[in-house]
Design a protein around this ligand. Structure first.
Ligand code: SAM
Ligand code: SF4
Length: 334
């Protein structure tokens, strides 16, 4: 059994990586226009996807040997993964138990929130871009707004905390709801976060002019609320403000206009076992091949460190050097 203290996962810029994003599936039951085409994508075949045993093993190596302390489950839609509470319980029971969170579209959360909480999930981010039924159906191409709202309530009632709402404002689509979504979150005890849209959709439709920048989001919020800065970014991607006179906090993730690459502490594992040192990485390390080829923990640790050794300084969106990764966000794990 491995007993030594973990040696931090440091890259050549001195960034220490403690946060792991694990994609549990590339499939999804929504088709958000800024993420996927209406017809969906060529999903991974089942044998290509890491099994529960493989996910648990890689997270064990990451927490025991590499100093990973937080693990976020994502996708695709992680709630589509069969037996998710049992997998969460196994990750939580690891000797170096990580803090577990999940990013989800919320469909099915009403049914599973209590089981997930009991299994060891701490907190959850639920994506919600609009409060209007017709608009929800347009953006996601599915008529499921009530399921998402029920999922949010269930998450809060189950004691998942905080429950955050992630919204991606797109000009001319839902940018008129920045204040409305925030008011909804404040009223119901959720924490609102806006994310600048990124060139990571599967169909190459991203248009910088339709991205609503952090500065614009803050301007709109500033017209209705007095905002008090609560955190200037260290390595947390969200900059946060408290709404004066309340405990409510609103966050903005300015990945495009104010990149936080210099403080990045994240590493990502895709559903098919490819390790990525950046959301925008163009290369991956095939941990699944190592796992299935009989590699021992030391070899897995080595591959992980090699992958991080190749991490670049930042994503360079907007410069001529920028290259879109081959995988879209939904196949990486957002
Ligand atoms: N299906 C889950 C969900 O929607 O929360 C998890 C996966 S989804 C890819 C993770 C997050 O990425 C969501 O909050 C979603 O809004 C965001 N996202 C997807 N495509 C994006 C894009 N092109 N730019 C910015 N955020 C995006
Ligand atoms: Fe599915 Fe999430 Fe992409 Fe929407 S953003 S299509 S819910 S993976």
């Amino acid at each position: 059994m491995y007993v030594a203290a973990p040696v931090p996962l440091v890259d050549r810029f001195g960034r220490i990586h403690t946060d792991l994003r694990v994609s549990l599936t590339d499939r999804c039951n929504l088709r958000c226009a800024y993420c996927m085409p209406a017809e969906g994508l060529n999903w991974l075949a089942r044998p290509e996807v890491l099994t529960d045993d493989e996910v648990v093993r890689l997270v064990r190596v990451a927490t025991e040997r590499l100093g990973i302390t937080t693990v976020r489950l994502t996708g695709g839609e992680p709630l589509l993964r069969r037996g998710l509470p049992a997998l969460v319980a196994r990750l939580f029971a690891l000797p170096a138990s990580p803090v577990l969170s999940m990013t989800t579209n919320g469909i099915g959360l009403a049914r599973t929130a209590v089981a997930l909480r009991e299994a060891g999930l701490s907190r959850v981010n639920v994506s919600l871009d609009t409060l209007r039924t017709d608009r929800f159906a347009e953006i996601t191409r599915r008529d499921r707004l009530p399921d998402v709202l029920a999922g949010l309530r269930a998450a809060r009632d189950a004691g998942l905390s905080p429950v955050k709402i992630n919204a991606v404002p797109v000009r001319g689509v839902n940018d008129d709801e920045i204040v409305g979504l925030t008011a909804f979150a404040v009223e119901h005890g959720y924490r609102m976060r806006f994310i600048e849209s990124m060139p990571l959709d599967a169909h190459g439709a991203w248009d910088r002019d339709r991205m609503v920048s952090a500065a614009e989001i803050l301007d709109r919020l500033g017209e209705h609320y007095e905002l008090v800065p609560v955190r200037r970014r260290d390595n947390a991607p969200a900059e946060e403000w408290r709404i004066a006179g309340t405990d409510a906090v609103v966050g903005v993730i300015a990945s495009v206009t104010r990149p936080f690459c210099g403080g990045c502490d994240r590493v990502r594992l895709t559903a098919d076992g490819q390790l990525r040192n950046c959301l925008f990485a163009t290369e991956e390390s095939d941990l699944r091949a190592l796992l299935r080829g009989g590699a021992d923990d030391e070899a897995l640790e080595g591959a992980w460190r090699n992958c991080l050794a190749g991490k670049g300084p930042g994503h360079a969106i907007g410069s001529t050097e920028f290259r879109r990764p081959k995988r879209p966000m939904s196949a990486i794990g957002g």
